[in-house]
Ligand binder design. Structure first.
Ligand code: FE2
Length: 398
């Protein structure tokens, strides 16, 4: 996070005595990345954050891989993804490699426990739904289009605003770190004029959610070692009376992303939003299209020679795709070219605006599918570049 932030009470100097009104010392925690070289925050707890009252047996949750019969372009119909579970334990993995795991959930029940990811940073993209992300750093109200960027180790709890409609969350998890692209920042960490967002767009925790003196029975679910460790606590885990630093959760709304347009077609990096180890996250948002009178306004065919391209479509009409719904996911894997379905390059000539909105993750190592993907696979998609009865006929299903 490029900005220093402080909330609540902190002592004048770090690593010094800091006492509660009852005279007891607050417990200091250094919450930092990359050893002691990365961004860190210093938190002051009411009691030791290492305190637990009981450790339950570890629950392994290895990902079950689905290996399709063909290596081909793929479309997952997540519009019909099942509703169920809470925002954390209800998540189901659908694609993964060593750098990133992608999860999906349509939660319809509240998260009654507290959660901490001990093995990765998370970005939770809120497609549908609103509520509050309560964290040990304070609360962040959230709504549709929010990227919730949550550093590993953050204890948090989703509080969904009650609604008849289940929410939709796309969750990206990496054993590395998410970052704001270097080329958007100067050496002082300030976002530059050409960056597609600014500091004012980055929403930090608004108020501390202090429960320092609350005892009782609480559950903390820790994600580690590809599974879950559940601890029982005899105190409320949000016992931070104050903190300061650079390592904390924040929200950025995709509708605050400022797309670029050009005389001729702009490449995907023009939509770059966040970086991770060997992958990038891009935001394709409603924008003017290429204005040259001879422009082809839909993306040219391109071969993903060094990368894989996952797209999550969440708003608008997709000028370059056929058979795609809201909440659809496509994977255009390495080794294969892809581009607009037949006729769409012609059909879109003269178009000046697109209202399409999608989140794209480009990975520089191949992606695998997890078991749930098989259930929602659209077997016709790989044939959707067949334009009519050239002996084959379009969209033939195996
Ligand atoms: Fe592409």
């Amino acid at each position: 996070m490029p900005m220093y932030h402080v909330m609540g009470e902190v002592p004048r100097k770090r690593h010094t005595q800091f006492r509660a009104p009852d005279g007891k010392l607050y417990v200091e925690e250094v919450f930092g990345l990359e050893g002691f070289d990365g961004p860190e925050s210093i938190l002051y707890h009411r009691r030791s954050p290492a305190r637990i009252s009981h450790a339950r047996p570890f629950e392994p949750r290895p990902i079950q891989e689905w290996v399709p019969n063909e290596w081909a372009h793929r479309h997952l119909r997540f519009a019909d993804f099942p509703v169920g579970g809470d925002p954390v334990r209800g998540r189901q993995p659908f694609m993964f490699n060593n750098d990133i795991t992608m999860w999906y959930v349509r939660p319809d029940s509240q998260q009654e426990f507290f959660y901490r990811n001990g093995m990765g940073d998370e970005i939770v993209f809120i497609h549908e739904g609103e509520g509050t992300l309560r964290t040990m750093f304070g609360s962040i109200p959230y709504g549709p289009g929010d990227y919730l960027v949550i550093p590993r180790g953050t204890i948090y709890q989703f509080e969904m605003t009650p609604s008849s409609e289940p929410q939709r969350h796309l969750v990206l998890e990496t054993p590395g770190h998410f970052s704001i692209p270097k080329d958007y920042r100067n050496q002082w960490g300030q976002l530059l004029e050409h960056a597609p967002y600014y500091h004012r767009d980055l929403r930090r925790p608004t108020e501390l959610d202090y429960h320092g003196d609350e005892s009782g029975a609480f559950e903390l679910h820790l994600r580690v070692n590809n599974g879950f460790q559940v601890y029982e606590l005899d105190h409320h885990p949000f016992d931070v009376v104050g903190w300061d630093g650079y390592n904390y959760p924040f929200a950025f709304n995709i509708w605050d992303f400022e797309p670029k347009a050009g005389r001729l077609h702009q490449p995907p990096p023009a939509h770059l939003t966040f970086r991770g180890p060997r992958f990038v996250i891009c935001s394709f948002m409603p924008r003017m299209l290429d204005w040259d009178k001879d422009a082809i306004v839909v993306p040219y065919h391109h071969s993903n020679l060094d990368s894989e391209e996952m797209l999550y479509y969440f708003n608008g009409n997709f000028a370059s795709r056929k058979g795609i719904d809201l909440s659809s996911i496509t994977l255009h894997p390495s080794g294969l070219p892809h581009g607009p379905q037949p006729g769409l390059d012609e059909k879109t000539i003269g178009m000046h605006w697109t209202d399409e909105a999608a989140v794209m993750v480009d990975t520089f190592r191949p992606l695998k599918y997890a078991a749930v993907a098989e259930q929602w696979d659209d077997p016709a998609y790989k044939y959707s570049w067949n334009d009519g009865p050239a002996g084959e006929g379009p969209m033939t299903v195996e």
